[in-house]
Write a protein that binds this ligand. Structure first.
Ligand code: MN
Ligand code: MN
Length: 276
């Protein structure tokens, strides 16, 4: 059940309307990393999350706050777009919003592309979705930061600072929720990856480039049990693809670990063709 309260989550003040900036702000209204996308992503994940009522509550709390953010950024945009209604020069900054939308809000991004459910990352696997959400919050944060860099209006900056700050708050909550599942960070779903192959870092870019690029070494090749493997193209062994052809001795394919289920997918006993 939803209930609307006639009060913004943050009071919006705009000194001088700036229609071009209002147009840029639409990115956070109907854009890929905007508030509607966040609200829909978390809320629908929450509706799917029937077997973890604690984290379902988290998803509904934050999904609902994002809807309140949509209302706040919408109020901010509406104030900046106001001159579109009456001023021809201003109207030229956004003919689509002016002519088709009457200078008001609509679900477009800053380039006039319509909002799409393709923006949403919903997998039905709670730990995977929490990672999606951490990434979504990071993207929203950086977009707000860039918007702040392009306005001098103090009231506008205050509103954007509020919205930007809340994204880091959400990032903390989603991170804590993921950590509290106490899953091995590389344990995704139920099926175990193939031993050996899973630890091979493929050195797929080698040689020297004209801009000084060279073959580099880093922890991404050696941490978490990883080891580099050279391509056959440069005389190396290549990936150990033989390992996936049939079961290895001792391999328990189909069973990953005893970590708690975090999925809205069927129980293991319900899976067709399940092992053991
Ligand atoms: Mn938000
Ligand atoms: Mn957020």
């Amino acid at each position: 059940m939803y209930h609307h309260v006639k009060q913004l989550m943050y009071t919006v003040n705009v000194g001088a309307p700036d229609v071009r900036f209002g147009n840029m702000l639409l990115e956070q209204f109907g854009g890929a990393n905007g508030e509607l996308a966040a609200a829909m992503q978390y809320t629908i994940q929450g509706w799917n999350c029937v077997d973890d009522v604690a984290r379902r509550d988290l998803l509904m709390d934050i999904g609902t706050e994002e809807l309140s953010h949509l209302e706040v950024v919408g109020a901010l945009i509406r104030m900046h777009l106001k001159p579109l209604k009456t001023n021809r020069e201003a109207a030229e900054a956004d003919p689509l919003v002016t002519i088709a939308g009457g200078g008001g809000l609509n679900l477009f991004n800053s380039m006039g592309n319509p909002w799409t459910a393709d923006y949403l990352k919903i997998t039905g696997e709670l730990d995977v979705d929490l990672r999606n959400n951490i990434a979504a919050e990071a993207r929203a944060k950086i977009v707000y930061e860039r918007l702040i860099d392009h306005t001098d209006d103090p009231g506008t900056i205050d509103t954007l600072q509020f919205l930007m700050t809340r994204e880091i708050t959400h990032m903390k909550s989603f991170t804590a929720a993921l950590e509290s599942l106490e899953k091995n960070p590389f344990s995704i779903g139920r099926l175990r990856p193939t031993p050996g192959l899973v630890d091979q870092y493929f050195n797929g870019s080698t040689g020297k480039g004209s801009e000084g690029e060279t073959d580099m070494r880093g922890p991404w090749q050696s941490n978490y049990g990883l080891a580099p493997v050279e391509s056959q193209v440069v005389g190396g062994q290549g990936l150990d693809i033989e390992a996936v052809n049939g079961k290895l001795p001792g391999e328990d394919r189909g069973k990953q670990d005893s970590a708690r289920t975090t999925s809205t997918a069927p129980e293991k006993s319900e899976l067709v063709g399940q092992v053991g």
